[in-house]
Every structure is written in structure tokens, then in C-alpha cells.
Design a protein around this ligand. Sequence first.
Ligand code: HEC
Length: 147
Amino acid sequence: MATRSTVPMAACAMFLAVLSAPRAQADELRLVTPPLSIYREQIRPPATTLPVPSGYTRDHVVHGDRVFHGEAANGQCSVCHGIDGKGTPNGNDLTAGMFVWSDGSVRELKRTILHNMAVAPGMDGDLKPEDVDAVAAYVWAISHQDP
Ligand code: HEC
């Protein structure tokens, strides 16, 4: 009789352990980084005070800001990357200064942006080369903001 009841009890204990494990893990993750949410207050960085990459002008950054936010060249960047560039479930954070596909230089960012457009035609708007230049400078600028 005793052996019969220990099996279901052990199974029950294992089940409870499995149930509580993911919750403990989620709590740990929350301490490190807040969950990505589009419901945070998304503040558009001020294009007039953002840093300007060398070889570019304030006009590039200001125009890039307009492209990024759909006010020029039908740019759609902020739809996926957020008004503040900090990301949504559909596009990653571009402000952290860490890039998966490049070293974060304007030149390399430009290459990534052009490549994105090649794999997803129409998703990035109607960008002319000068718009790509400007928006690459803008992405550099938002990834070099003062904390
Ligand atoms: C339809 C959604 C969408 C739009 C619109 C979009 N992006 Fe993205 N973007 C993504 C996603 C998703 C990734 C990540 C792709 C990956 O890692 O494979 C990405 C990656 C990037 C990267 C590379 C990030 C890295 O870590 O290296 C840059 C830079 C970038 N986007 C800039 C832009 C710019 C500038 C625009 C507007 C011209 C734009 N994106 C429009 C979804 C979008």
C-alpha cells in the first residue's frame, strides 16, 4: 500500500516543480531587463540635439529623423523600431549601441539598411540614396545618445 501511494505523490511533486520553475526564471529575467513593451512612453529623441556622426551634418540627422518617423520618403522605420527607436516586437532596439549585423558605424548601418530593403521590398518606404544616407546617420545618432 505504501509503495502505491508514493508514486503518485512523486509525480505530483515533479508536476509542481515543473509548474513553478518557469515563474522563478521569469522573475530572474525581469530583474535584468524589463520586458520589451510598446506600451512604454515612447519619447522621440530631439533631432536638433542628437550627436552628429563625423562626415555628416545636422541636416542629415534632421532629415533622417523625418524618414525614420514617416514624414519623408514614406519611411516606415518607427512602425517596427518604435518612435523612440527602442524597439517593438517587430523590430529591435536601435539605441543600445549594440548591433547584430554591423559594427554600428554609419557606413555599416547603411549597408544593413540597404540589405533590409532588398529582402523586404516596400517595407522601408521609397528611400532614395540620400534618404538612406540620412537615416543611417540618424540611427548612428540615436545609438550614441547621452544616457
Ligand atoms: C517591417 C518592420 C521593419 C521596418 C519597417 C524596418 N525595420 Fe529595421 N529591422 C526590423 C527587424 C525585424 C530587424 C532585425 C532583423 C534581423 O536581426 O535579422 C531589423 C534590423 C534593422 C537594423 C540592424 C540592427 C542590428 O542589430 O544590426 C537596422 C540598422 C535597421 N533595422 C534600421 C531600419 C531603418 C533605418 C528602417 C527604415 C528605413 C527600418 N529598419 C525599417 C524590422 C523593420
